[in-house]
Structures are given as C-alpha cells and as structure tokens.
Design a protein around this ligand. Structure first.
Ligand SMILES: Nc1nc2c(ncn2[C@@H]2O[C@H](COP(=O)(O)OP(=O)(O)OP(=O)(O)O)[C@@H](O)[C@H]2O)c(=O)[nH]1
Ligand SMILES: [Mg+2]
Length: 423
C-alpha cells in the first residue's frame, strides 16, 4: 500500500536523575559530595532510507518514545546516556510540527538525518554543585524531560516532470511508452490510484524522472474524484506537462480541460502554475484531433506538442523539450526559510518562560521553563527547594505575583504542586 501522509507523536527520553551522595570511607573525614550526574535521554532522529517508498511503516506507529538516561550514582559515577532512536523514512519526506505548522525538515537528500525531538539532559549530582561557598551541597537535580512533538509526515516524491490531466487522457500510456514503468492502463476513469515514477532517457542520453499522477477533475481541490492530494508529488517537479485528449474522445472541449486543470493546480498551490509548463496534445490519431488542435493553439500561449502515445508518435520531440526544460531549471528549495521552524530545536528556550492566571485566591503558573524546573527539582531537600525558589524569583515570577496583588500565604500552583507565597 502506498501511504504518503501520517501523523505521529514523538517523545524523547528524559535525562537520568542526578545522585545525592556523600563520600564515607574509613580514614577520610568529611568526604564531601559524591553523587554523579544522570545520563542523556534518547533523542528521536529521522533518517532517510532510499530503499523505502512509502510511509506505511510509520502509519502503524502512533507514538515513538525515547528511553530515559541512566541515573547517576554514588562514587561520582555518571549514568549512561540512552541510545538515540533512529526512525527510517523514505527520501522526500517532509516533516511538519503540528503545533506551529512550521517545517522541521525536508528530507530530500539520500543521506539526510535529523533530530526531531531532543532527549533531556541528565540531572546533575550533588558533586556538580560543589562550590567554594557551598562545599557540600545537599541536593541534586532530576533529569530534564525530553522534547515532545506531534509531527505530520508527508512524502513528496522526487521527480523532474509531473504529468497532469483529466482521467483517461493517456498519462499512464505516455509514461509506459517513454520509460520502463508499467502503470496500469485502461479506458475507465481513475485507473491510476497512486503516483507512478518512470526514468526517461532521451536519444542524446539525458535522463530525468517523470511522475504520472492519478487523474484530476473539476473540484478536485474540494475532494472530487480522488481529490488533489496527489498534487503534493509534483510540488518538487521542475516542469509540469499537461496531457490533453485532443481527440476529445469523451466529448469535452480540450481547452476547457486545460483551464480546469490549471484551476485545480492553482487551488492546491499557486506556485505550481508558475513552473515551466508544456502541453502534450495526445490522441492525435483520432479523426477530430487536427481541427481541435488548431482551435486549441489559438487560445493558449503555451507550447503544444502533438503526439499519439498509443503509437509512440511524436514522443521523442516531447522528451527532448522536457529534458531542455529540466536541465535549465534551477534547483529551488520547496520551502522558504521563513516556513521553517528555527534550526534550534530547544523548544524550552524559545517560549516565554511563564504566564500566571488567577483563579480565586490561587495563582496558577504555566510555562514550559517553569514546569521543567519543577520536574528537575528534588523537593526532598531543603536546599533544592530554596534553589527552586531563587530561580523562580530570577525568572520574574515573584515580581509578577506581587504586581497581581498576591498576599503572604496565597497559594501558587505549578502543575500538581501547591506552594505558599512568601515575600
Ligand atoms: N486513440 C488513442 N487512445 C489512447 C492514446 N493514449 C491512450 N489512449 C487510451 O486512453 C485510455 C486511457 O489511457 P490511460 O493511459 O490509462 O489514461 P490515464 O490518463 O492514465 O487515466 P487515469 O489513470 O484514469 O487518470 C486507454 O484506453 C488508452 O488505450 C492515444 O494516443 N490514442
Ligand atoms: Mg493513469
């Protein structure tokens, strides 16, 4: 089965917890802190595998979870880092962050590999907090939570030329004549249900890839017929080739067909109709075809190439023209820089540290950074609690609570934890 779209949740592993320990050995007095750091949690990575041609494997994986890093232990032993989780995707996969709608990566190269969710850092053990003024810290940190994202994966095939047209105009017939591809051909609509790719070689040995798409009909962008979702596979193509039934074998006017298809292309993505475009006038073996072609040419200002795909007539000229256009076209990126989620994946650093909402006498503090701080604090130690309070103050939470009118003893809530406000 060909699957070209799926949604998946990724949760990177949490860092291991730091250890709180002291050195206690015979003959060593006041051994000091001795707790090691936790290891990194596993990051989730996507990597191109050129042997894959569909997203079907990911369709059945609703969630990918990373492993927690190992906890630190006594004698300053650091926990082991968890191994990264590497998920294979087909070349041409586009990864979008569902929260922001921004692109994380366009995996178009054969060796592309990217981190989509970063594993949490290991919490520091108490040895790491040792300073001159605090030679024996009585606290350690919990591991940092791993990043979480909901991702949309879309496969956008890599082809140089996209064949578009209404059903039964001969798109698959054309592909079968110019390449080794063996698409299904029949005289009923929607014979082609998934895109087919074929490699073409011209007489002068230039080579390029053609994509044959399922037929489009009026209203495809609103879901009519097979819809327009397959058009994502020509978003990368350098050239668009319209195939038109110039024999009008189904009684339609060829010019109307051309207008209909262009409208659907534009509705899907306005960039599509700005690509270099040619018209392949097919079924020229039919009796009315020459008259239709004359009328058609008067109405369009696009180059028109008459062929009979079924008899392989005229196809070499078309291929030479397509090769010219493909070889001239610049390699344009699919997305602009501004459509990308910033390269820095540290979600926590980008977001506003907190917001405070007042519900009755309770002040509820939200925010990734504050919540992460809370999760990394071991409240069993007084020192750690003090450190947490200091950090909140540094973030400006105390100031904001004060300006919101918080009084001594009011409840401040972060996640499931309630604290008493003190000035
Ligand atoms: N007379 C004539 N018939 C053709 C020609 N090319 C294709 N056909 C016929 O047109 C019908 C449809 O051909 P396909 O290649 O399956 O058309 P398609 O555009 O791929 O159709 P969908 O996949 O349904 O969108 C078949 O019966 C072909 O034999 C041609 O040059 N002349
Ligand atoms: Mg077809």
């Amino acid at each position: 089965m060909f699957i070209d779209e799926t949604v998946i949740k990724v949760i990177a592993g949490r860092g291991g917890d730091g250890c709180l320990a002291y050195r206690r050995e015979k003959y060593i007095q006041m051994g000091g802190p001795y707790g090691g750091n936790g290891g990194h949690g596993s990051s989730i990575k996507f990597k191109v595998d050129t042997g894959l041609h569909t997203l079907i494997d990911l369709r059945y994986m609703k969630m990918i979870k990373g492993e927690k890093g190992e906890n630190g232990s006594g004698k300053n032993q650091n926990g082991k880092n968890a191994l990264d989780v590497v998920i294979k995707v087909p070349q041409g996969t586009v990864i979008t962050d569902m929260d922001t709608g921004l692109i994380i990566a366009d995996m178009k190269n054969a060796d592309d590999e990217i981190v989509v969710a970063k594993g949490g850092r290991g919490g520091r053990g108490n040895t790491a907090f040792k300073t001159q003024s605090n030679p024996c810290p009585e606290f350690a940190e919990n591991g940092e939570p791993g990043e979480e994202r909901v991702l949309k994966l879309e496969l956008k095939l890599l082809a140089d030329v996209g064949l578009v047209g209404l059903p039964s105009v001969g798109k698959s017939t054309f592909l079968s004549k110019v390449s080794a591809a063996k698409p299904k051909i029949a005289n009923y609509h929607f014979t082609t249900l998934n895109p087919n790719l074929g490699v073409v070689k011209t007489k002068d040995n230039r080579s390029f890839v053609i994509a044959d798409l399922p037929g489009l009909i009026e209203g495809a962008s609103e879901g009519a017929g097979l819809g327009d979702k397959f058009l994502r596979h020509i978003e990368r193509t350098k050239v668009i080739a319209h195939i038109i039934d110039m024999g009008a074998t189904e009684g339609r006017d060829p010019y109307d067909d051309f207008v209909t298809i262009n409208k659907e292309l534009e509705n899907f993505n306005p960039k599509l109709i700005k690509k270099p475009m040619i018209v392949i006038a097919n079924k020229m073996d039919m009796p009315e075809a020459n008259d239709n072609l004359d009328k058609f040419k008067k109405k369009v200002d696009c180059e028109v190439y008459p062929i009979s795909a079924i008899n392989s007539e005229g196809v070499d000229t078309v291929l030479m023209k397509l090769a010219d256009l493909v070889y001239q076209a610049a390699d344009e990126p699919l997305y602009e820089e501004s459509e990308y989620l910033s390269h820095v994946l540290y979600k926590f650093e980008k977001t506003k540290p907190f917001t405070i909402e007042k519900q009755g006498d309770i002040y509820i503090v939200h925010g990734d950074e504050v919540e992460r701080l809370l999760k990394m604090t071991k409240f069993s130690s007084e020192e750690a609690t003090l450190r947490f309070a200091k950090k909140l103050r540094k973030l400006g939470i105390d100031d904001e609570l004060e300006s919101m009118g918080a009084k001594e003893g009011d409840i401040v809530r972060i996640l499931d934890f309630d604290f008493e406000y003190r000035k």
